[in-house]
Ligand binder design. Structure first.
Ligand code: PLP
Length: 401
């Protein structure tokens, strides 16, 4: 089994940019050679469309594509009777859910439950379709520790929401939500449960059989895979409830002008030519990760997080919005009175890549009464030296203000 020290050597980005410290992993991760090589090999040697042509090349592409589906599905440690639908990413999957449940599961007057710390992708599609259908949205607020207020969560469940959609990990703060407990409580009142796993899936190894949610969504590019590919995992019975968002291509069995018969799952929810190279690349990312002990990688990331967090606490004037407990690897901070973008610019000048702003989570920052924050997010390829460089750059930047 390879160790955390071996991990970084697989990412060519770092050899190309030895002077950069990349701490923007919550936005997107770099790709290991195995992923880049898999996409290249597909285009150079295997390129064909899937599921259609009668020739051998198309059959090989189809079987590699379907094998990739199985690899990624199994990586999630899925519940029995579940399936994996390819999407272009978490946003696309959440749009499919919000659209697909309206008029099927959700009727005018129904309620759904979201939380104050959701990414806009887990707010706006619901908001848009709920408004059109007359469905009401309740919002779980934050507690004083900037975590979900579980007392209010249980009270809001008494309003009997039909759908409860929550993120596994807050992209703004890094806090890991107690999704297993929340999903169980939501299921107990009969709600369909959605977990936005965009930040959670890379904590690895996730265990969806244990979380037991109806739907789980993530993006490949945050799991060391390509952009433009992601997955909507669902229990088959829950997926069957969805009205497709997109129509055309392999999602159809039979068409005439008197009516169209839709295909079975998973194809029914995969209209048009899929991102074949992306799916193969994402499976390659998963296979690459499986060569490592994911628990050890996670412990290593936690070690880096602690070093970064405690170091930031030592810098006079910085205010940390994230907590260290149950944190997947993010430190969000502000320098009161200064704009986060200005702090990020000073870090950028020292080649420390971070993100500043409201991180597509404006309601979260409104609840925190902040205009935004500087976010430093770790991956298992970061090093102690990089953390120390970031801390030195932060200290210098704060002194400049
Ligand atoms: C929690 C969360 N949900 C959804 C998304 C949207 O992911 P994508 O842009 O890959 O669709 C992100 C991306 O940052 C995220 O962090």
């Amino acid at each position: 089994m390879l160790t955390a020290a071996d991990f970084r050597a697989h990412f060519p980005f770092f050899a190309a940019h030895p002077d950069w410290v990349y701490l923007d992993n919550a936005a997107t991760t770099h790709k290991p050679k195995a992923v880049i090589a898999r996409e290249l090999a597909f285009y150079q040697q295997e390129n064909s469309n899937v599921h259609r042509a009668a020739h051998g090349l198309a059959q090989q592409a189809t079987s590699a594509f379907e094998q990739a589906r199985t690899t990624v599905h199994q990586f999630l440690r899925p519940a029995a009777n579940s399936q994996l639908i390819w999407t272009s990413g978490t946003t696309a999957g959440l749009n499919q859910l919000a659209f697909g449940l309206m008029g099927t599961v959700l009727q005018p007057g129904d309620r759904i439950l979201l939380s104050a710390l959701e990414h806009h992708a887990n707010i706006v599609p619901w908001q848009f379709h709920c408004e059109r259908f007359g469905v009401f949205i309740d919002v779980v607020p934050l507690d004083s520790e900037h975590r979900l207020d579980l007392v209010t969560f249980h009270q809001l469940l008494e309003k009997k929401p039909k759908v409860v959609s929550l993120s596994h990990v807050s992209n703004g703060l890094g806090h890991i939500q107690p999704v297993e407990v929340m999903v169980a409580a939501a299921k107990a009142i009969g709600a369909l449960t959605v977990v936005d796993g965009a930040q959670g899936v890379s904590m690895g190894p996730v265990n969806l059989a244990q979380i037991d949610c109806d739907f789980y969504l993530f993006s490949g590019h945050k799991l060391y895979g390509p952009t433009g590919i992601g997955a909507l995992y669902g229990k088959t019975a829950a997926l069957e409830l969805l009205r497709p968002l997109l129509y055309g291509g392999e999602m159809i069995k039979k068409v005439s002008f008197t009516g169209t018969e839709l295909n079975d799952l998973p194809y029914r929810l995969e209209a048009g030519t899929p991102n074949i190279a992306g799916a193969l690349g994402l499976a390659a990312a998963v296979e690459f990760l499986q060569r490592f002990d994911l628990v050890t990688l996670q412990q290593y990331k936690q070690h880096l997080l602690k070093r970064l967090y405690l170091g930031c606490q030592q810098i006079p004037g910085l205010q940390l919005l994230s907590g260290l407990e149950d944190n997947a690897g993010i430190v969000s901070l502000v320098l009161p009175g200064e704009h986060p973008a200005d702090l990020a610019t000073l870090l950028d000048q020292q080649k420390i890549a971070v993100r500043a702003g409201s991180h597509c989570a404006m309601p979260l920052f409104a609840a925190l009464q902040q205009s935004g924050a500087v976010r430093l997010s770790l991956a298992a390829y970061n090093t102690e030296d990089e953390v120390d460089l970031a801390l030195a750059a932060l200290t210098q930047a704060v002194e400049l203000f």
